[in-house]
Design a protein around this ligand. Structure first.
Ligand code: UD1
Length: 423
């Protein structure tokens, strides 16, 4: 197992290119299975979750070729013969559950392992299953697997997502495009990842109304064709580096290859910290504030503040000039990073789904443990402003979702090395 050794504090100065988005790529990869010919996706990051999903897709017989240097992934669904996503792979990555919608949609049959819990508590899939039942599919649970089947045409219907869910919207769209006469999803997610999926499915030949709104109506088409699709740039990586750039008063960072229209309200909330940002086409320039204004946030569905950036935000607020609150309304229990930040010297109390943060605290290097993807990156952010040496253990979480993290940060001045973690 690897760990990061970080020497701080260091200002960040220079340019960081943003990678393709993991969360946007996965639905596009699942959609590729629905085509009758190969689909090529560009701007795909080299990340463990992408390799895992490649293997999930390969189990079905589809051919997957990934040119890692170019970030180009081609999926040829021609030899799809096996309608299963096994537990050994689904347990590694929840989004493998997208195979349920994709396989049910394409072949009318699927056997997909239930994903189980995750590091921050239960993450149910009831809406995915109830939505497919509403569509008319037969859904059974057996020995940890979902067994789904559907005839050539399903009547469809209307299903309301409460709460709105990215994963359920993706799965229901994938299941419906080739099979449901007319299916309406109310309170659908309109995160950029969902919008991109729907647009690309439309290019493949799908009939989807309401793209980018909370109501999606899907009408079955007979077949879909493969396309070439550019994957979005990672909006969470963008937000993470914006936060990194604000945390040291001498930092001055330019982010390139950014999809600025995918950031929702984040840039305007970010400006409240006092950071100076300039946005030009696909470039964002960030100049750190002399002092960070304490800025409270609440996570919301898009275009609100993303839950995937709350841990990083709370970390930045340990360096703010006063008290702030971070409330997660999407996941109540996503604060496993707090005790680790406290080990570095942060003053944070968690009450229900709100972290109360007293700034500014001087952070001092220590050994800390990654617990999940976004928690881990927060510890790296903290390590870069902490005095002395911070060891971030179990960084395999980071390799799931941040491409070349230490190279990117080292290039702009951070002192981070990856070494073997003694057991
Ligand atoms: C996706 C993202 C994840 C992000 C999350 C919220 C991917 C691979 N993952 O996860 O990084 O943190 O969106 O933006 O894109 N819910 C139910 N029943 C369900 C499904 C969801 O109650 O069947 C609830 C969840 O517990 C949560 C809320 O809905 O409270 C939103 O979750 P959802 O949008 O589904 O998250 P994911 O798609 O799993």
């Amino acid at each position: 197992m690897d760990k990061f050794v970080i020497e701080g504090p260091t200002p960040l100065q220079g340019t960081i290119p943003i990678s393709g988005s993991k969360n946007a790529a996965l639905p596009l990869m699942a959609a590729a299975i629905l085509g009758d010919s190969p689909t090529t996706i560009t701007n795909v990051p080299k990340l463990r979750d992408i390799y895992t999903f490649n293997n999930v897709i390969r189990v079905t017989g589809c051919r997957v070729d990934f040119d890692e240097d170019e970030g180009v992934l081609t999926i040829d669904p021609k030899n799809l013969t096996h309608y299963e996503a096994p537990y050994e792979l689904v347990r590694k990555m929840r989004a493998s559950f997208y195979m349920l919608g994709a396989l049910l949609g394409k072949y009318g049959e699927a056997k997909v392992s239930l994903p189980g819990g995750c590091a921050w508590g239960p993450r149910p899939v009831d809406l995915h299953l109830d939505g497919m039942r509403e569509m008319g599919a037969d859904i059974k649970l057996n020995e940890g697997y979902v067994i789904a089947s559907a005839p050539e045409e399903l009547d469809g219907g209307t299903f309301t997502l409460e709460p709105s869910s990215v994963g359920a919207t993706v799965n229901l769209v994938l299941a419906a495009v080739l099979r449901a006469k007319e299916f309406t999803i109310k309170n659908a997610a309109k995160e950029p990842d969902v919008v991109l999926l729907c647009k690309k499915l439309t290019e493949m030949g799908a009939d989807i109304d309401g793209i980018g709104t909370r109501t999606l109506t899907i009408r079955k088409v007979d077949s879909l064709q493969g396309i070439t699709a550019r994957n979005a740039s990672d909006r969470i990586e963008t937000g993470t580096f914006m936060i990194a750039a604000a945390m040291h008063p001498q930092s001055n960072v330019t982010l390139t290859n950014v999809d600025v229209d995918d950031l929702g309200h984040f840039p305007e909330i970010f400006r409240e910290t006092g950071a100076d940002i300039t946005i030009n086409d696909s470039t964002i320039h960030i100049k750190a504030p002399k002092q960070i204004n304490p800025t409270s946030i609440k996570t919301k569905v898009y275009p609100g503040f993303p839950t995937d950036l709350q841990a990083q935000w709370a970390t930045m607020m340990t360096q703010a000039n006063g008290t702030s609150k971070v409330t997660d309304t999407i996941y109540d229990d996503r604060f496993s990073y707090v005790p680790e930040l406290v080990r570095l010297g942060a003053d944070i109390d968690v009450n229900k789904n709100t972290a109360h943060i007293e700034g500014k605290t001087e952070l001092k290097g220590a050994s800390v443990m990654s617990t999940d993807l976004r928690a881990s990156v927060s510890l790296v952010l903290a390590g870069m402003v902490a005095k002395g040496k911070t060891d971030v253990l179990r960084i395999y979480h980071l390799d799931r979702g941040y491409e070349d993290l230490e190279e990117k940060l080292t290039t702009v001045g951070a002192r981070i090395t990856r070494t073997q973690q003694e057991e």
